[in-house]
Design a protein around this ligand. Sequence first.
Ligand code: AMP
Length: 651
Amino acid sequence: MATDPAAELPFFYGSISRSEAEEHLKLAGMADGLFLLRQCLRSLGGYVVSLVWNVEFHHYSVEKQLNSTYCIAGGKPHCGPAELCEFYSNDSDGLVCTLRKPCLRSPDNPIRAGVFDNLRDNMLREYVRQTWNLEGEAMEQAIISQAPQLEKLIATTAHERMPWYHSKIPRQEGERRLYSGAQPDGKFLIRDREESGTFALSLMYGKTTYHYQILHDKSGKYSMPEGTKFDTVWQLVEYLKMKPDGLVTVLREPCVNRNNTKQTPVVPSGVSIKNILHGRYSLSNVFIEASAKWLIIIIIILLLNTVHFFQRRLRTNGYTPPPGVPLGGSKEIKTSPPTDRPMLPMDCSEFVNPYHDPNDLKKFFINRDQLMIDEVELGSGNFGCVKKGVFKTNKGHTDVAIKVLKSENEKLVKDEMMREAEIMHQLSNPYIVRMLGLCQAECLMLVMEMASVGPLNKFLSTNKDKVTVENIVGLMHQVSMGMKYLEEKNFVHRDLAARNVLLVNQQFAKISDFGLSKALGADDNYYKARTAGKWPLKWYAPECMNFHKFSSKSDVWSFGVTMWEAFSYGGKPYKKMKGPEVISFIASGSRMECPSGCPDRMYALMKDCWTYKHEDRPGFVKVEECMRVFYYSISNKTPPEVTADAAEPLK
Ligand code: AMP
């Protein structure tokens, strides 16, 4: 689970209510300046500081700003909740007093997870699975890369998972559902109104049902008329469970929608779905902590989810995705995101492997009549040119890139292209251009998924003003994930460079060009080239040039050069130097300088990648972890499963 940035603070209580906060402060003695921090139930990612002064409680909400800083209304921005509390411990700056004494959480009082904390992991996983049609490790990698951007998107649809959500039903049907079974005060449901994007609350009190419209203002906040405003519907509901905010009663018991297949089980706080799935929290623990009732609900819903999942797998391509969500084999291709959020990798014509079915994996050749070749050239390389095309299958039509071998090319080049195809055919990762097949017709053609925005270096050099450092860090993190995958599978790329990182969109990078790549034998950790070829020397590690030895560690060196190109917005490495000059420049211990505007941590990582001896150079496991930690830190998130030393320089 993505950890809350305040999770390490001993005075952070998580998702507790105002009255619970006051109870903790009372128990701790009500001294002046006694304070605690809790999750804000109103704004996403926000907090509340609860403070005692003069035997009275004061609650200050801390908003998370769009630029990911935190501030108390009217106060200075701070980069995290810890920094904010530290600041107010020295300077009251408008508060009734400084934060003098933290009200510490007792060890038997764990941080209370909010409703969304328990759902987030599962929803992220399902979203990435559905939109990218990924499974296993590839899915985990996509989740790691997308979590910061997707969390907000997902939070806004989290209500669909709640037992009280009944989607679009008329008011009368809402009443019928509330009247069926027991009719306690506070029984409630939420339903969609006719007008899209708006909701209504139906509530039982004194055996009568009351209907309230949930307002949705221009800034996207939800509220009861004249009530407190919330970023999401589920936060509003959580709040109304504690405060009536103008209703006849607080919300008490959800009227459970038994038709809601999206529903996610509610698990005891501190037990995330991921923990259960990963076996860190056994079902017996759940049994002890959850009541028997919860356990039965969990099992039934898990079973429903499993059945639902297998049904979906069986009709993978018949499944209708939610509007705007491209899904495996579907013809629907979305090229622009909803206007209210930045473009994400899945907002693109990402090609989902039509060979997803394991029985199809053996297929390698594509029939000529399945291909339509456009005259548009996407680029050219050693073999010939790469053309735009369309690949037709019974599952739909998809844009593809077709590497066309020049017909006059001799056998040697043809063999090389066959080898490239064989390598690519074995790779399946979101951050590696997927090969769809070979076609032998008027000439040999390698059909690949399309990365229409083209090479990273070109894109960066022509879009300097549009691309932030965070964007570059995100893209390079994706490249590191693709390379980590290659390292795991024992492949060496041998031509990693910004020109060979292709963009599907501004947020989504894929490694391409496996023309020089090699699969290493199970017991080998390097490939030895017999003779030097037409090599990209400026990207090569010393051992490649001196001893013709290529390994994942030499790919790490190239990754460092690729990072340099990216942070220089497509600059040319080693400026005017020629290959042999670069060799002596490196051997003398010199390295390229830090590109202007490049964060220190990123330059430190580049230099680690340029460690002279390959034995001392980090591998991609470390490089990826380092990229992830940095990427998450600037996106204000804590990365999942980071080892203790990842936050430190590599050496
Ligand atoms: P290559 O021979 O692999 O270096 O490809 C030459 C050029 O063709 C690249 O620099 C890209 O501009 C373009 N290209 C190659 N593969 C693709 C692809 N899968 N999608 C879009 N453009 C591509």
